[in-house]
Design a binder for this molecule. Structure first.
Ligand code: 1CP
Length: 343
């Protein structure tokens, strides 16, 4: 059994498994070269042989314990009929939904055909990946995906998305429910195709007010977890409610996730004292420490491994690798995690 699935099955592991969010991305020159072959990022994600290659690229250099299928959380809005494009230097641009009536343009009709290449890539990666490595499938959580759909672009505050949610609560719930349905089906089919672990990214959960946290974040996530588990009871699901501080506890107990990805802002000691023992903790090196490397990184990796010792733990960052990361620091990090467990 590969290390991630082994940890989730409650067994002891011989070393702390490690994979990194955005492990295939702009910090790797070979990714930039592959990326230059497609002008359109959506096409890049939806071309099976390219997505397969992108997923496997980091394994030419590194001994990660898991691969994550190369795709993006905004494939779902694209498959629901929204215009989605990625502009270099600006990030994602979507035809913004600003009125409840704009939701009528969304449809699940074409979704199965549009996302089919993702399942093809998953099957191809699984057949090429060594059996001791897990393959992670993923999707964005409804709140975070809705943020982009309602904002039309990235934002520090997602104030247009929040205004829509407050002003039109019924239409907003309708959007969340459409995303719950589409995302559940999408993840079930990722597992059918060969994904062994699922991660749900709720990167903007931090912008949800406390009083709305249950209905905008916890409840829709619990619905997805229940639907996926109804079809695939054994598949581990990791949630990533980035930046929610003490609401991590409400998230973990309310959603039924098997693991939780910690961000770099949450005190590790708080997580260890407050989150249930049976939940697998993933994280949480600050990506900027990976950029700097050296003694700083060594100290911090050792500190985190010592603190988490005895708990089920997957080493990762607190958010994705940033483009300015020197690729050789990733190698050093993997060595440190490996050595840390042997001490
Ligand atoms: O031109 C390029 O190469 C585009 C850069 C890029 C990459 C490499 C984007 C655009 N997406 C991705 C891949 C990606 N996105 C993966 C691949 C698997 C991996 O190796 O981890 C994953 C898991 C994602 C998920 C994703 N996309 C999230 C959730 C995780 C997170 O970073 O918070 C989010 C918020 C997105 C939206 C998105 N897609 C791309 C960008 C630049 C962004 C973020 C924009 C923003 O800051 O709001």
């Amino acid at each position: 059994m590969a290390l991630l699935t082994k940890i989730f099955s409650g067994q002891k592991v011989e070393k702390t498994p490690c994979w990194l969010m955005r492990q295939s991305g702009r910090y790797l020159p070979e990714y930039m070269e592959l990326r230059s072959k497609a002008s359109n990022f959506v096409d890049f994600c939806l071309t099976p042989h390219i997505a397969t290659e992108a997923t496997l690229l980091p394994f030419q250099r590194y001994d990660f314990d898991a691969a994550i299928i190369f795709s993006d959380i905004l494939i779902i809005p694209h498959a629901l009929g929204q215009d989605v494009s990625f502009i270099t230097g600006k990030g994602p641009q979507l035809s913004r939904l600003s009125q409840p009536s704009d939701l009528q343009a969304l449809t699940t009709k074409k979704l199965p055909d549009v996302v089919a290449p993702v399942f093809e890539a998953i099957a191809a990666v699984r057949s090429r990946l060594p059996h001791e490595k897990d393959l992670i499938g993923f999707a964005g959580s409804p709140w975070t995906v809705a943020c982009y759909m309602l904002e039309g672009q990235t934002s520090k505050t997602f104030s247009n998305a929040k205004t829509f949610a407050f002003k039109y609560p019924e239409a907003f719930q309708e959007l969340l429910q459409l995303l719950v349905q589409a995302t559940s089906d999408y993840l079930i089919q990722q597992v059918d195709a060969g994904a062994q672990v699922i991660q749900l990214f709720d990167s903007w959960a931090s912008s949800v007010p406390e009083a709305q946290f249950d209905s905008w974040v916890v409840h829709p996530t619990r619905q997805i977890v229940s639907s996926v588990k109804a079809r695939h009871p054994g598949v581990p699901i990791i949630g990533f409610p980035r930046g929610v501080g003490p609401l991590y506890l409400e998230y973990v107990s309310g959603t039924g996730v098997d693991g939780v990805s910690l961000d770099s802002f949450l005190p590790l000691k708080w997580a260890l004292e407050n989150l249930p023992n049976n939940v697998v903790l993933q994280g949480a090196l600050d990506p900027q420490i990976l950029v700097v490397g050296g003694a700083l990184m060594e100290q911090e990796v050792k500190r985190q491994l010592a603190l988490v010792a005895g708990r089920p733990h997957i080493f990762n960052l607190g958010h994705g690798i940033v483009p300015e990361t020197p690729p050789e620091h990733v190698e050093t990090l993997l060595d440190l995690v490996k050595a840390g467990h042997e001490q």
